[in-house]
Design a protein around this ligand. Structure first.
Ligand SMILES: NC(=O)c1ccc[n+]([C@@H]2O[C@H](COP(=O)([O-])OP(=O)(O)OC[C@H]3O[C@@H](n4cnc5c(N)ncnc54)[C@H](O)[C@@H]3O)[C@@H](O)[C@H]2O)c1
Length: 362
């Protein structure tokens, strides 16, 4: 294959949503290994411009940036045409925002993904496409019988409690975000089936780590730590006993790289990816860990349950582990301490421009 003028040697990875949390971590790993990366992002998420500045400063040579919207088909086609592989992360990422504006959520998450898939399909040899879907495609799991033990919900079924949710769980899209990500997830698998696009879907649980612009709507681990550092009030929806398995972003980056390496074997498949039962915490348990291990106290106020909130979701990543040998390496206490370090440690952040840190946020 002849390379276009100006294109760097070696495979070029296109990361849509590349200035975001997961995109920045993947881009940094690839660039640090000497690979070339093209980010496509419209910088619509507040705070991600700092990720982009950080990447540009660290990797002035091999980082390429296209400031564009995934809804813009010609921009997507231009970027996909240059890429040897595509990680499609750009998305409207919050359930709450999707409830406020389902049309915009649909356009970004479904049409944006179709744009990427169509651009890949148009290539004589479609590049591998890796898509980040979500555990929300399994819905609120209302049939899972739960018991409340201390500060968490536990499934009555011992197998589910020991292993978590695997890919045989029926799809049950809940919330506009669940529907748009679920539709995109199915389109990606179908483009592998119908058009031979070598594509893989990761159905991910909660990912956390450095470069996460956490807020109340998405990125709850970072949000909890930020709130505690600001000495602000943290609102907990529901009773706080809801359980999530959390996965440190470096473990996710390892899994993404393994998926790209094994694309010939893995194409056309969906994998549940998360921290698993060993890294499952309830919201109240995370608060307890923050207090006892990190010295971070936070004032809590309670509000009602949010629509579609799963009381229990823990990933069974066994299918991906069996296919690649991957398993999470970074335990919760270590990962949370590393995220706190990145945020600047346990001390409250200094006030900016005469405002208190809380006021500066709002
Ligand atoms: N972080 C998690 O816990 C988690 C869990 C499950 C799935 N996911 C999925 O992983 C992907 C990445 O998530 P993240 O946590 O890095 O989110 P993020 O919000 O940090 O990153 C998303 C990036 O996409 C960009 N973006 C949004 N709309 C765009 C558009 N129309 N055109 C171009 N760029 C656009 C944003 O500016 C942002 O930089 C998303 O698809 C998300 O649905 C994340």
């Amino acid at each position: 294959m002849t390379r276009r003028a100006g294109r760097p040697a070696g495979p070029l990875t296109l990361i849509t949503g590349g200035a975001g949390f997961i995109g920045t971590n993947l881009a940094d790993r690839l660039l640090s290994q000497g690979a070339a990366v093209l980010l496509l992002d419209d910088i619509s998420r507040a705070g991600v411009e700092r990720n982009l500045e950080w990447l540009r400063a660290r990797h002035p040579e091999r980082l390429q940036v296209e400031l564009a919207d995934v809804r813009d088909m010609s921009a997507v086609r231009r970027a996909v045409d240059r890429a040897d592989r595509v990680c499609h992360f750009a998305a409207q990422v919050a359930v709450t925002t999707s409830l406020a504006d389902p049309l915009r959520d649909f356009d970004i998450n479904v049409r944006g993904t179709l744009n990427v898939l169509e651009a890949a399909r148009a290539r004589q040899q479609p590049p591998p496409v890796l898509f980040t879907s979500t555990n929300k495609v399994y819905g609120a799991l209302p049939d899972v019988e739960l018991e409340r033990r201390d500060q968490r919900y536990v499934p009555a079924d011992p197998h589910l409690a020991a292993r978590g949710v695997d890919e045989r769980r029926p799809l049950d899209f809940h919330s506009p975000y669940g529907c748009s990500k679920g539709a995109a997830d199915q389109y990606v698998l179908d483009y592998a089936r119908c058009f031979g696009v070598p594509a893989v879907v990761f159905r991910m649980s909660c990912i956390y780590g450095p470069h996460q612009c956490g807020n109340e709507d998405q990125g709850w681990v970072a949000h909890f730590l930020m709130r505690a550092r600001e000495q602000g009030v943290l609102r907990i929806y529901g009773d706080g006993c809801q359980v999530r398995d959390i996965l440190f972003v470096e473990d996710l980056v390892d899994a993404l790289l393994l998926a790209m390496r094994g694309i010939d074997r893995l194409a056309g498949r969906a994998f549940n990816i998360g921290g698993g039962p060993a890294n499952a915490v309830s919201l109240l348990e995370l608060l307890a860990l923050m207090s006892t291990r990190l010295g971070l106290a936070v004032r809590v106020e309670h509000a009602g349950w949010r629509s579609g909130d799963q009381r229990y979701y823990v990933t069974d990543s066994g299918r991906f582990s069996a296919a690649t040998g991957w398993s999470p390496a970074i335990p919760v206490a270590e990962g949370v301490a590393r995220l706190l370090d990145w945020l600047g440690g346990a001390a409250p952040p200094p006030a900016k421009h005469g405002l208190t840190p809380r006021a500066a946020l709002s």
